[in-house]
Design a protein around this ligand. Structure first.
Ligand code: SF4
Ligand code: SF4
Length: 174
């Protein structure tokens, strides 16, 4: 049986290609063009001297460090439903629920921890939350510490962060 095979000619087999020098010249030309532009016009450089120089174009769609939101009476908005922990692909949210005694909801978290060293900052927890109780709008993008524990954020720490873009309270829980 005749097979319908198309033979593709291998590229790069000419004498010029085998010399490699023209390709090296083309690459070097581009590199030196950018070098010249960057040296003569510092504003053309698209990098920052981070962390001394911080980005100024952070918008509310940036995903920074997490926070837990409050209700209008300043109590915690989270109802310990575990949706965020279930959605988390890194399995880095740990919650222990307790009964809520102010009558606003059935439950609240006794413990709420996020291991930011495991977190991949995907934002799934924020999307999964039915209560607008967890957000990543702190505007904090660098976290430093001396031990692993410094990177595990607890409930009080998460509640202490403010929203960097003016939306302070949970939209879903009042
Ligand atoms: S941002 Fe993603 S990885 Fe991090 S805690 Fe939320 S769901 Fe998990
Ligand atoms: S932060 Fe939201 S999704 Fe996570 S447990 Fe609290 S209410 Fe549920």
């Amino acid at each position: 049986m005749k097979q319908n095979i198309t033979v593709i000619k291998r590229q790069g087999s000419s004498f010029k290609d085998k010399l490699f020098l023209p390709a090296i010249y083309d690459g070097a030309k581009i590199t030196f063009k950018h070098l010249f532009n960057n040296v003569t016009d510092i504003n053309a450089v698209d990098t920052l001297e981070y962390p001394e120089e911080q980005p100024t174009d952070i918008t509310s769609s940036y995903r920074g460090l997490h926070r837990l939101t409050h209700r209008a009476d300043d109590s915690i908005a989270c109802v310990a439903c575990f949706m965020c922990a279930t959605a988390c692909p890194a399995n880095c949210i740990f919650i222990e629920a307790t009964e809520r005694e102010d009558g606003k909801d059935e439950k609240m978290p006794e413990i709420f921890m996020i291991d930011t060293l495991e977190c991949v900052f995907c934002g799934y927890c924020v999307e999964a939350c039915p209560c607008d109780a967890i957000r990543m709008d702190t505007g904090i993008f660098s976290l430093t510490g001396n031990s692993r524990e410094d990177f595990v954020l607890g409930k009080e720490q998460l509640l202490s962060y403010k929203g960097a873009f003016g939306e302070e309270f949970s939209h879903a829980r009042n």
